[in-house]
Design a protein around this ligand. Structure first.
Ligand code: PA5
Ligand code: NI
Length: 182
């Protein structure tokens, strides 16, 4: 009997194999994301904030398929605000998603269409259901890298424009060493 070896592998913080797409976001890609423009202006724009590797076994927009990704978000702050992902709604707005924590610590910040914001603590083994019509972004509040994984429908799409225009209604900042939504 033949034994098949999978074509895609995951290690703790990345995916490898065919149909895996990797992307990197440096500070310069996050212009306008952080509140403290002065602190942002002084920082090295080449500094890597996060990497994403995504396994896309079907074409983008295919109904009924699934994608999986692993994001590695480095530790750091811009002023008092923690390094975070850009954040997005889904283009097909009712599509949901799972995130789960793999390594490190942080918060998943969520915002519904009425701009109510809340946060869920992420840690190795934490599991997060992100309902449709809820924008999502992750902040690293620890001193090490934060690794989390995601699974989302292949026809969800990423709507970054809404968040680029209007942001999240609250931000996660360090207030005397305590991550606080303000
Ligand atoms: O599909 C997702 O929600 C994730 O894989 C994110 O795309 C990833 O964490 C990076 O965040 P963002 O897309 O907001 O830059
Ligand atoms: Ni998403």
């Amino acid at each position: 009997n033949k034994v098949f070896i999978p074509e895609v592998f995951f290690t703790n913080d990345c995916l490898t194999g065919e149909d895996v797409v990797k992307s990197t976001r440096v500070l310069g890609d996050l212009d306008g994301v952080f509140q403290d423009k002065e602190a942002y202006g002084k920082m090295n724009k080449e500094q890597v904030v996060y990497h994403v590797s995504s396994y896309l076994p079907v074409l983008e927009s295919t109904p009924g398929g699934l994608f999986m990704g692993i994001t590695t978000l480095y530790s750091g702050k811009v002023g008092q605000e923690y390094f975070m992902t850009k954040g997005h709604f889904h283009s097909n707005s009712d599509r949901a998603e799972f995130y789960w924590g793999v390594e490190g610590e942080g918060f998943l910040i969520l915002m519904d269409e009425r701009r109510n914001v809340w946060a869920e603590r992420m840690f190795p083994g934490s599991l997060h259901y992100i309902p449709g019509k809820v924008a999502h972004r992750v902040a690293n509040t620890g001193y090490q890298k934060l690794v989390f994984s995601a699974c989302w429908p292949s026809d969800a799409g990423h709507d970054y424009a809404t968040i680029a225009d209007t942001g999240f209604a609250r931000r996660l900042v360090d207030v005397n060493g305590v991550p606080t939504l303000v």
